[in-house]
Design a protein around this ligand. Structure first.
Ligand code: TYD
Ligand code: MG
Length: 461
């Protein structure tokens, strides 16, 4: 047996020849750990002899079964249309967000379509997995269950049965290989075990789903160690206290990375939400000041969300800023622009900003809706209920164009909105919305500050 000593950073996976307090690769302090890896003599003997193929001799894309739909439409949308045989996917998320639930549903959907789906749990006993399946009404689905943590056991088990069309490992942090002495959960173990599993997937044509917990720093443990091994990285996100969950692709070799899938966590598992705008719009029946609807975009999917602002006299010396679902730096910027370019002095007051439904909005095009909500909150006049906003605000106070205007407008029209406040030059009359172009923040104040809240839904300027 050959014994090799390496020092591996537990945060980024970089290998060093000696120990040091700081990792040169990622800058992390105290993250380097000595890992003794014992490579059994003759390891690699099983390896197939390398062979090169001419690209033109390989099957063309039409002949290969390119994608297999799982049957869970929102999941397929994020993957780019389904699972690619032989590909590896990493699904990350906070503990308790619903990763195991999601994967069980994906496997059950796949099994019901005739695929051979295998679920290996390293965290829960089989009885626990079954209890969950019963609760979700999936106990009759022909999913093969296994409870194992050693990668050699897992591989020999699946290699003896029929080749799975999809195999899920829950979670990579619990899987270890006997080829290494390092403790399970260390970078070396996670990397080696994942590598073996990915190699099995590529050789067999099974789609591999690896589940990974996100560490408190917001990264999948050993992110660099695993992310480059897999073809796609998906994040499953959700706010505490809210029932909806969002599946987002951050890396995808086979499809776009800006797609989202929306689910709602119910007592019987995750339900797909095909019209997320309705979910994020909140209760639109009552009209209060400080509410503006942003016609947003997540990937190729338009999404309407309600931005809520509250401006209140400050009780202490320093005004409070509380932001949920938006960037607090961007709020400070907008407040400064409103004050400097439109003379709206909200800066000295407490400002609260919330995106309804617990969604996180990162599009710059949300500026206009947020500014409108702030103006309305400070003037005390509600905005008309059938208005939507989109456009980016620059430091000069100018309103800049946002991409895919037509798509946003059509979604708004579909949900009953009639008027859109948009950057100057926006095209999209065919969507059937009345467009109110604004050139700068002063124009926005004029437009929204002067609107009478008469409840008719039609604005008067
Ligand atoms: P789980 O899939 O175990 O999360 P993870 O694998 O990401 O750690 O989901 C755990 C949470 O989901 C748990 O707090 C309960 C909730 N849940 C429901 O609300 N309804 C259900 O049908 C299921 C199965 C779970
Ligand atoms: Mg789990």
């Amino acid at each position: 047996m050959a014994r090799a000593l390496t020092f591996v950073c537990q945060s980024c996976g970089a290998a060093h020849s000696k120990w040091s307090g700081k990792c040169d690769a990622c800058g992390g302090w105290n993250t380097i750990v000595e890992e003794a890896s014992t490579v059994p003599a003759g390891a690699g003997a099983r390896r197939a002899k390398g062979r090169a193929f001419a690209l033109e001799d390989l099957k063309t894309a039409d002949e290969l079964p390119l994608r297999r739909e799982t049957g869970l439409a929102e999941f397929d949308r994020v993957c780019g249309g389904g699972l690619v045989p032989g590909s590896a996917l990493l699904i990350g998320g906070d503990p308790g967000v619903g990763k195991s639930t999601l994967i069980l549903q994906v496997l059950a959907a796949q099994a019901l379509q005739g695929g051979h789906a295998v679920y290996i749990s390293g965290e829960e006993a089989m009885a626990q997995v079954r209890m969950r399946a019963v609760r979700m009404g999936l106990s009759q689905s022909p999913v093969a269950l296994g409870s194992a943590t050693c990668v050699e056991d897992i591989l020999s088990t699946v290699e003896h049965g029929p080749t799975p069309s999809v195999i899920a490992i829950d979670s990579i942090q619990t899987i270890w290989t006997s080829a290494l002495e390092a403790a399970p959960g260390t970078i070396a173990q996670v990397r080696t075990a994942s590598f073996d599993l990915v190699r099995y997937a590529k050789a067999s044509g099974a789609a591999l789903l690896l589940i990974g917990h996100v560490t408190k720093e917001g990264q999948i443990a050993g992110p660099k160690a695993v992310e480059h091994l897999v073809d796609a990285v998906l994040y499953f996100e959700g706010e505490r206290g809210h029932h909806f969950r969002i599946l987002r692709a951050v890396k995808n070799r086979f499809g776009p990375t800006d797609e989202i899938g929306v689910f709602e966590m119910t007592g019987r598992g995750l339900m797909e939400v095909s019209n997320p705008s309705a979910l994020f719009l909140g209760d639109r029946s009552g009209r209060a000041p400080g509410m503006a609807v942003f016609a947003g975009l997540e990937g190729t999917r338009p999404l309407l969300v309600e931005v809520q602002a509250l401006v209140a006299p400050t009780g202490y010396g320093t005004p409070r800023r509380a932001v949920v679902g938006w960037d607090s730096g961007r709020l400070s910027m907008l407040l400064a622009v409103l004050e400097a370019r439109a003379g709206l002095a909200i800066g000295g007051q407490d400002v609260y900003l919330n995106i309804a439904g617990g969604l996180k909005v990162s599009e710059p095009a949300a500026d206009l809706a947020t500014a409108a909500a702030l103006i309305s909150a400070s003037s005390g006049k509600p905005l008309p209920a059938d208005w939507v906003f989109f456009g980016e605000m620059s430091l000069s106070g100018g309103v800049r164009a946002a991409p895919q205007a037509e798509l946003r407008l059509r979604e708004a029209a579909k949900l009953g909105f009639r008027t859109a406040v948009v950057p100057e030059g926006t095209k999209g009359e065919s969507a059937g919305m009345e467009l109110k172009p604004v050139r700068d923040v002063a124009g926005l104040v004029l437009l929204t500050g002067g609107v009478a809240g008469d409840g008719s839904g039609r604005g008067r300027i």
